[in-house]
Design a binder for this molecule. Structure first.
Ligand code: CA
Length: 232
């Protein structure tokens, strides 16, 4: 995709400037929102391709921004910038619909590579690699051509990452998949870093949306010591 548009949501001017500089020199177009309210407005108005979202903002928190955007049906990738390496922040962000988080202090190189991976997955590869026949099990249907999924004929509200995760699982029935495999296939990262929580939280959300009894999943099974398995 040419000149993807990235919305930076960050109140600290110096930090935003640094990100803006790095992103524009990589060929991205950059929008900047200084507050949570501005982020909501600009997303509505400008429909950016990806949102880089700081948690600590002067008005409403990045968590609220994330929740409101997902609630309003915005589905572009959201990368959260968390100030501390705190488990609770990461997990909360993912639970509210963020696709990934980056812990401060981060290197600009890392930010760029995460952004590229998200964009590639959300807008590029999936449509190419996964294009093809619909996948179906029970009352759930996944249409990789149109990037939509439904349960009992009702459209499911999935973020692009959730959609890719679902598609990946459905493409590998009855096969235990490690978290590393899932991260590589769905997020496009290599597995040097520990992303286990990212996978777990997304699996949790998928179960909430797809399983009749999410606490006792029938289809998306935990394989102890390995990872997960889709059991049709
Ligand atoms: Ca901030």
């Amino acid at each position: 995709m040419s000149a993807a548009r990235i919305l930076i949501v960050e109140d600290e001017r110096a930090v935003a400037r640094g990100l803006e500089y790095a992103l524009t020199s990589e060929g991205f177009q950059v929008l900047w929102a200084k507050t949570g309210q501005q982020a909501l407005e600009m997303t509505r108005r400008e429909n950016p391709d990806l949102i880089l979202l700081d948690i600590r903002l002067p008005d409403i928190s990045g968590f609220d921004v994330c929740r409101q955007l997902r609630g309003a049906g915005h589905r572009q990738p959201i990368l959260m910038l968390t100030a501390r390496d705190e488990e609770v922040d990461k997990v909360l962000g993912l639970e509210l619909g963020a696709d990934d988080y980056i812990v401060k202090p981060y290197s600009l190189r890392e930010v760029i590579s995460r952004i590229r991976a998200q964009l590639r997955r959300a807008y590029g590869e999936l449509s190419g690699a996964a294009r093809g026949h619909k996948l179906q099990f029970g009352d759930i249907e996944v249409d990789p051509e149109r990037l939509v999924a439904s349960k009992a004929g009702r459209p499911l509200d999935l973020t692009p990452t959730e959609f890719r995760l679902l598609h990946y699982l459905l493409s590998h029935p009855d096969r235990p998949l490690t978290r590393d495999q899932i991260i590589e296939a769905v997020w496009g990262y290599d597995s040097e870093v520990d992303y286990d929580r990212t996978v777990d939280v997304h699996m949790h959300r998928l179960r909430q949306k797809l399983e009749d009894d999410p606490a006792n999943p029938r289809y998306f099974i935990t394989v102890r010591g390995v990872g997960y398995k889709f059991q049709p």
